[in-house]
Design a protein around this ligand. Structure first.
Ligand SMILES: Cc1cc2nc3c(=O)[nH]c(=O)nc-3n(C[C@H](O)[C@H](O)[C@H](O)COP(=O)(O)O)c2cc1C
Length: 221
């Protein structure tokens, strides 16, 4: 089978953090979410143990608990970001990330689905089974990103968020998540408005690729 590289590269390089373009008015069928989770189950995991679960939250009261926790973290976080922006001589209005993050914080409970990927256990447990923290995190993060990619290819926008996590226990209580389980993120998921997304400005691959030794960027070395 040959992949259409133009299509797959486009998917991989334009799956953005969608905040302002989440359609808050259109319900997301549970089957579509299940399709994204199904794709995520194919991601790699240490020992091939899928030691994770998805808690999909589409109940308004429970979404509100998550959104309120998120906003409590967001306020001091964004104040610090704004200070940094001001120190750099810019205004908040000229910073699109602050603008769109604030929008998401304000409407979070209105997003049709808040998906919470959860790892069974705690990062500190990794050593007990002869593993490492890197292996522990590396066994869940690919599944979460696969979910985001699968969503995008189905017309759903997502944003990887973590700001509710300082209140993980409170949110866990509302969702019946045991304290032996670690919440990894909260992924707001909704149909996106508009047609397409653009490539973001990133460091050139040539600058972040070292050949055989640290800082050796010359491909002909
Ligand atoms: C680990 C992680 C945590 C993040 N936490 C948040 C968050 O709490 N709120 C938010 O609005 N965006 C969050 N983001 C999204 C980033 O801000 C976003 O990926 C980054 O600005 C690049 O934008 P792009 O994905 O659209 O290219 C997070 C992303 C990652 C990978």
């Amino acid at each position: 089978m040959h992949f259409d590289l133009a299509q797959t590269d486009h998917l991989l390089s334009t799956t953005r953090a969608v905040r302002k373009r989440l359609d808050l008015t259109r319900a997301v069928p549970r089957e579509l979410i299940l399709d994204c989770v199904r794709i995520s189950t194919q991601s790699p995991a240490g020992g091939n143990y899928q030691k994770w679960r998805w808690v999909i939250v589409d109940d308004p009261d429970r979404k509100l608990v998550i959104a309120e926790a998120y906003r409590r973290s967001y306020a001091p976080y964004i104040a610090k970001q704004q200070e940094a922006v001001a120190r750099a001589g810019n205004t908040a209005e000229s910073n699109p990330i602050i603008d769109s993050s604030t929008h998401l914080a304000e409407v979070l409970e209105q997003v049709p689905v808040l998906a919470i990927p959860c790892a069974l256990g705690q990062p500190a447990d990794a050593g007990e089974t002869g593993g490492s923290q890197q292996g522990w995190w590396g066994s869940i993060v690919p599944a979460v990103w696969s979910y985001c990619l699968a969503a995008r290819s189905r017309g759903l926008g997502t944003a990887w968020t973590t700001l509710h996590l300082p209140y993980e226990n409170e949110v866990g209580d509302a969702l019946g998540i045991p304290d032996t389980v670690t919440q990894i993120a909260c992924i707001p998921t909704a149909f996106y408005t508009g047609d397409d997304f653009k490539l973001a400005r990133r460091k050139p691959a040539e600058d972040v690729t070292y050949w055989n030794s640290w800082k050796q960027t010359d491909i002909d070395s």
